[in-house]
Design a protein around this ligand. Structure first.
Ligand SMILES: [Zn+2]
Length: 404
C-alpha cells in the first residue's frame, strides 16, 4: 500500500471562493478557541501551589482533565448546535483542525517545537476533507462535501486503481489548489539495499555534500531571487499604511514568495534525480535528532530547506527503486570516516578534515557524508572499508561496525 499526493489548481466561481474564505475563517476561530482552552489549562497549572501568579489567570479546578482532541471534539459538537456559522462548515473539516492543533502540541512535546500560537486573520491557509463521497472526480471537476462541484485544471491524469483518501484545499497567492492524497492497495515490494551506496550530509556552507566527494553549493538563483524579494518588500514598506497600493505591493511579494518556493522545490527534484542516477542506496542524516542537537538557530535552518529536500529525495527514491534510509546524525563531523576514531569538535571555519590517527584528509563536509555512509551501511548489515578516494566498499559485518 502506498500513497502519492497530486496537486491541481482549482477554478472556483466567485461564490465558491467566498465559501472557501468563510470556511478558512471558521477553522481559524475553532483553532484559536481550542488553543485558548488548552493554554488556559496549562497556565492554571504552571503556577506553584504556594505562590500566586503576578498576572491574572483563570482558575481551573484541579480535577478538570487536560483538554484533549476527544474532549474538544465533544465541545465542538455542542458549539455547532448553537452557532449557525459553525454548522455551515462540514464537521470533519473542523475536527481535522482540532487534530492539527493536537499535532502541534505533540511536536512541541516530542520534537522540542515551540508552544503553538494563535493564528491571525488570514493566516489559516488550508483545510482538509478527510473523507470523500463516491466518484468525487468527473470531467475536470471535483465534488467537495457540502460545497459541491468545483472545477479544476486537470494537468495530469489520475491513474486507475487509486482511491482518493483525502483532499486538502490550500490557498496560495496565485489561487486555490486541491491536494489529492491517492492510495493504492497494492503491495509494493520493499526495496532491498543494492548497488553503489552514497551518504549525504547537509550543512550551512554547502547545500549538500556527497560521500563520493561531490559538493552541491547553495544554488545561486536563490540568492538572485532573494535580492529581488528584498526590493519588493522595500516597495511595500514605502507605501502608505492601509492603502490600496500597499495591498497590491503585498500581493506581489506573496506571489514572489510562491515563485521562490516553486523554484526551490524544482531544484530539489533535479538534485534528487541526479543522486538516484548514481546510487542504489542513499543514506541521509535524521534531522529530527540533529535539530535537537544543534540548538535554536540550527533547528530553524534545518527546518527550512533540508527537511523538505529529504522528503523529496525519499519520494524520488521510492519512484526510482532506490533504497533510502535515515541514520543517526550525532557527531558526524567529529568522527574520522577512515579509521572511525573521534577527532574532536571542529570549528565552523575549519574546512578540512585531517585525521591525526590515520592521516586521512578530505573536505570536512565530505567526511561527514562518509560517516553517514558508514553508519548507513552498518545499519543494513554491511561494514565498510573506506578508500582514500572516498569510494565505499561493502564488506561482511564484523565486530567493529557495531560500535558506531
Ligand atoms: Zn582517521
Amino acid at each position: 500500500m502506498f500513497t502519492l499526493t497530486y496537486e491541481f489548481k482549482l477554478k472556483p466561481t466567485s461564490s465558491q471562493v467566498a465559501v472557501f474564505e468563510n470556511w478558512l475563517e471558521q477553522c481559524r476561530r475553532v483553532y484559536n478557541y481550542a488553543l485558548a482552552e488548552r493554554k488556559d489549562w496549562f497556565k492554571s497549572r504552571s503556577c506553584q501551589i504556594n505562590a500566586c501568579s503576578l498576572r491574572s489567570e483563570y482558575i481551573i479546578p484541579a480535577e478538570k482533565p487536560r483538554p484533549t482532541y476527544a474532549s474538544q471534539c465533544k465541545g465542538l459538537t455542542q458549539a455547532r448546535a448553537t452557532i449557525p456559522a459553525l454548522f455551515a462548515v462540514q464537521v470533519h473539516v473542523l475536527q481535522q483542525t482540532l487534530k492539527r492543533l493536537e499535532q502541534a502540541f505533540v511536536s512541541m512535546w516530542e520534537q522540542n517545537h515551540g508552544f503553538p500560537r494563535f493564528k491571525k486573520t488570514g493566516t489559516m491557509r488550508s483545510f482538509v476533507f478527510p473523507q470523500m463521497g463516491i466518484n468525487p472526480i468527473k470531467d475536470g471537476a471535483i465534488k467537495l462535501p457540502k460545497i459541491g462541484w468545483v472545477k479544476f485544471r486537470q494537468s495530469r491524469e489520475i491513474p486507475d486503481g487509486a482511491t482518493l483518501k483525502q483532499v486538502r484545499i490550500v490557498r496560495r497567492a496565485s489561487g486555490y489548489y486541491a491536494m489529492l492524497t491517492l492510495q493504492w492497495d497494492v503491495r509494493v515490494p520493499d526495496v532491498m539495499p543494492h548497488g553503489e551506496a552514497i551518504g549525504i550530509d547537509v550543512g550551512i556552507s554547502h547545500f549538500a555534500a556527497v560521500s563520493n566527494g561531490k559538493l552541491f553549493p547553495n544554488p545561486r538563483p536563490f540568492r538572485k531571487l532573494e535580492r529581488k524579494l528584498k526590493l519588493l518588500q522595500r516597495s511595500v514598506s514605502r507605501k502608505l499604511l492601509r492603502s490600496n497600493n500597499r495591498k497590491k505591493a503585498q500581493v506581489r511579494v506573496s506571489k514572489f514568495h510562491e515563485q521562490i518556493a516553486n523554484t526551490r522545490k524544482n531544484y530539489y527534484w533535479l538534485l534528487a534525480h541526479n543522486l538516484c542516477d548514481w546510487a542504489g542506496m542513499i543514506f541521509v542524516e535524521d534531522l529530527s535528532l540533529k535539530g535537537l542537537a544543534r540548538g535554536f538557530l540550527g533547528k530553524h535552518c534545518l527546518d527550512a530547506g533540508w527537511g523538505q529536500f529529504f522528503q523529496v529525495l525519499e519520494q524520488c527514491c521510492l519512484k526510482r527503486g532506490v533504497f533510502f534510509l535515515r541514520v543517526d546524525s550525532k557527531k558526524t563531523s567529529q568522527i574520522c570516516p577512515n579509521c572511525l576514531t573521534q577527532t574532536g569538535k571542529k570549528e565552523l571555519s575549519e574546512r578540512v578534515h585531517s585525521c591525526l590517527h590515520c592521516g586521512y584528509t578530505t573536505d570536512r563536509d565530505v567526511a561527514a557524508a562518509q560517516v553517514v555512509l558508514v553508519r548507513g551501511l552498518a545499519a543494513v548489515g554491511h561494514t565498510v572499508k573506506m578508500l582514500s578516494e572516498g569510494k565505499a566498499v561493502a564488506l561482511p559485518v564484523t565486530k567493529e561496525s557495531s560500535c558506531l
